[in-house]
Ligand binder design. Structure first.
Ligand code: ACO
Length: 428
């Protein structure tokens, strides 16, 4: 392989180094481009831009491969617990039994949130979207733990913040739901594991315990693992950019939650179920909606379809589709939305429009049907995504701070007015 790339500008040839990742991904290193040539690159939406070198997640969009630290997503989703995967992403290795016990015990020490935070919940309107509540509450954690404000204080302090945010996100998430229905919040119970505890806080009531169903726990565990990291996606890039200014981890993750909320990113899981409900109410005529999705005059898009990097299939969608059948069957749920989703997928996969644009179901297409089957309200779907993505955000932030990456600051090509003189108000 050539180790240099040549670029010719204004009749002069410049040589740029080519670098290769451990999975043979090639990149032209343009870090000295402007210094050498006076030029910058333009890549709106960063479709061709590597923002960092990372050792956390590898994905091959053409082959539909996704690995966390070298382990395949298929194997992890089948065999691991979400806590093992969190440890793997954040610290680089699967934990030994002792490491896992310590990791879980340390997290359990911090599941409560300060009582004063309950007053914040009460101040939100009842109809507040839980993602808005969650990003605000996570950001406010920084005000309760001022020692977190310097993210580089010490490895110990950094770990404490990591444990705190992992411990508190399920509590804050479940409380944002309880608050939206104006129910009394349920306190965490530390005899439960991470996923069980979240379900308990979501569904238990002061008058009634929540029956922890292993089928439901296993489905949540799998979904969290499938969402745990996805290299430099929109919310993770947000996390890395915010963190690069040395902002604390709480503010950084809060920004990631806000980025995730958008319907083109994590918010798509809520949009998918709303779309399926709309199609169902409309009589279930799938062909009509496929036509709408193809019509450029119509703003309707097939939500849960298409992906910036997967151009063949999304391996997470394959796992979720199977899990979806499995969970619904085990729980004895017969959801007509699943039949509509499968029909939509079948029709789209045979349609020239979708085939020629490489549009396939993504991770969000079937996840909502599982969430619905296990009783998660639609507005909480993206919160579920955030809970799953948290270890990935933490791992990416930790890697970036440890590598002492510079502040993220892209350039631009200015296309506005050129220099002109100020015109006094009376003369305009
Ligand atoms: N329905 C109909 N047409 C679509 C869809 C869709 N879901 N997605 C893309 N297209 C079309 C576009 O109109 C465009 O057509 P054109 O070439 O004729 O103009 C072409 O396919 C390429 O689409 P882009 O929007 O340019 O692709 P991009 O990589 O920028 O966007 C995205 C990817 C945002 C995921 C897009 O496919 C989309 O909006 N999908 C629906 C929302 C969704 O499911 N988001 C979740 C993504 S997964 C995640 O974030 C966890």
């Amino acid at each position: 392989m050539s180790e240099i790339a040549k670029i010719e500008l204004d009749g002069k040839v410049y040589e740029l180094p080519v670098i290769e990742g451990s999975e043979n991904e090639k990149a032209i290193d343009i870090s000295k481009l402007r210094e050498l040539t006076g030029y910058i690159t333009l890549d709106t939406g960063y479709k061709n831009t590597g923002a960092t070198k990372s050792a956390i997640t590898f994905l091959d969009g053409e082959l539909g491969i996704l690995h966390y630290r070298g382990y395949s997503i298929e194997e992890l989703a089948e065999k691991a617990s979400f806590m093992e995967v969190s440890h793997l992403l954040i610290y680089g290795e699967l934990p030994t039994q002792t490491e896992l016990t310590n990791f879980e015990t340390n997290i359990k020490k911090h599941t409560l949130v300060h009582e004063d935070m309950k007053r914040f919940f009460e101040a939100f309107p009842a109809q507040a979207h839980p993602m808005g509540v969650l990003s605000s509450m996570v950001s406010s954690l920084a005000t309760f733990y001022p020692e977190s404000l310097d993210p580089n204080r010490s490895a110990e302090a950094k770990n404490l913040t990591i444990q705190r945010i992992l411990a508190k996100l399920p509590t804050l998430s479940a409380w944002s739901y309880k608050n939206s229905i104006r129910h009394k919040v349920m306190y965490p119970r530390n005899n439960y594991n991470y996923c069980e505890n979240f379900l308990h806080m979501m569904f238990a009531m002061p008058t009634e315990d929540y029956h922890i169903d292993p089928i439901v726990v296993s489905a949540v565990n799998k979904l969290f693992i499938l969402h745990a990291d996805h290299e430099q996606n929109c919310s993770t890039s947000t996390v890395r950019i915010v963190g690069s200014s040395q902002a604390n981890l709480y503010s950084t993750v809060s920004a990631g939650i806000s980025a995730l909320w958008g319907p083109l990113h994590g918010g798509a899981n809520q949009e998918v179920i709303e779309m399926l409900e709309q199609i169902h109410k409309d009589g279930g005529n799938v062909d009509k909606w496929i036509l709408k999705a193809k019509d450029k005059e119509d703003p309707f898009r097939l939500m849960g379809f298409g992906h910036r990097v997967y151009k063949n299939f999304d391996p997470r969608a394959n796992i979720i589709k199977k899990a979806c059948d499995d969970v619904l069957q085990k729980l004895g749920v017969n959801d007509p939305l699943l039949a509509i989703a499968k029909k939509l997928e079948k029709v789209a996969l045979e349609d020239e429009y979708f085939k020629s644009r490489n549009l396939y179901p993504n991770v969000d297409f079937y996840s909502g049907i599982i969430y619905k089957a296990i009783g998660i309200p639609t507005e909480m779907f993206t919160v579920m995504f955030a809970l799953g993505r948290l270890p990935g955000w933490i791992a990416q932030w930790k890697e970036m701070t440890e590598n002492k990456e510079p502040i993220g600051r892209p350039r631009q090509v200015y296309i506005g007015k050129t220099s002109r003189e100020y015109v006094p108000l009376s003369k305009r």
